[in-house]
Write a protein that binds this ligand. Sequence first.
Ligand code: ARG
Length: 458
Amino acid sequence: MKLWGGRFTKKTDSMVHEFNTSINFDQRLYAYDIKGSIAHVTMLAKQDIIGKDDAALIEKGLLEILDDINNHKLDIDPSFEDIHSFIESTLIDRIGDTGKKLHTGRSRNDQVILDMKLYTKDEIKEIDGLLKNLLEVLLKVSKNNTKTIMPGFTHLQKAQPITLAHHFMAYFEMFKRDRSRLADIFDRMNELPLGSGALAGTTFPIDREFVAEMLDFKGVTLNSMDSVSDRDFLVELLNALSLIMMHLSRFCEEIIIWSSDDYRYVELDDAYSTGSSIMPQKKNPDIAELIRGKTGRVYGSLMSLLTTLKGLPLAYNKDMQEDKELVFDAIDTVKTSLVLFAPMIDTMKFLKENMYKSCQNGFTNATDVADYLVVKSIPFRDAHHIVGQLVLYCIEQSKSLDDLTLDEYKAIDPIFEEDIFHAIALETCVERRASIGGPAEAAMSKSIEINENYLKNN
Ligand code: ARG
């Protein structure tokens, strides 16, 4: 049942076997392992390294194993060391000695990295699709809310009026960058490692380009030592996944704050919130909190893998087996988070009146008073000081800047005129911030349009 029993005279200690084995987690690679083996064996036959009939028999056997695992007719036996051993042994069991030719010119070292690359490529595509779906939701909400005024914050203190569209499109940009990071990683890792052997290639006249084409790689790796010990792409992937989680987590934090009773900017749909076992009134944003919480485990995977790889000599070392649980867990976590986050946002109710009211206090239009004075030829620094005095006066009187009479304005500085009230209306404050990337409807519509085109083409 072992692939390497020949030079051993004793049975492996059972705890050593247990410790060494990876089948409990690498079994998720079975379909990729078989796909890679079929490409390998097809190439071996084309190069006359094994016979055509042998190759056909092996391919048929492998496809049957694939079918049987898919249809639960064949259980993956957890007593094997890893998925590669299980599939090869099952093949030999089923088709006899011909099955023993499959591993010609190949090592588990180039096999496992091939499997990981095939798996990663598929997962990147899937995560990209989930990100795209989220972008579509963000764009839809934004399109409907280019006039929905809310406060923008710095230091979580109310700062200036913005719109819901402006806020959501900020996240759109982040998730758009996440997609482009994934695309970069995909492109960089898209080289076939198979044919690198254990570390030094093979003595057989293999055709690596042929296998690359069969398996949809853009080319082949150029150094066999590097190929079998490269886990850079997994570190890069974990980094990209960490950033996705970081973006989700920041967004979740805002949703948690916004759905709190003191804010009430949004209300989560019942389907995406949970209750309390003791407090009957509670509706908790558990999903947002969990996504925020799970960000930690994805960061953890990134740090773990970096640390595992640090100091490994060339070429393959068993330490590298540790990549799998970390990467699988991070990928699963990101996928579930995205799967839940998008509909949570999509079904969320926006309490626009509360957002507007919230923007009316906290002096979010104070900068606009200063800008008003600048237009009346007062240097900005002086204008800033005058408005500071106004704000102080307002705080003492428990008033907002909009509540003051013109006389009260004039008492601070006679330059104020009736038009101050129009200048500091929240609508004006937003509308005037029309530089590219600003919240004004005109500017936001432009960036929404650009991003709508981006979604059509990407
Ligand atoms: N389970 C191993 C891994 O995940 C497969 C490669 C084993 N190679 C070896 N020389 N023991 O890395």
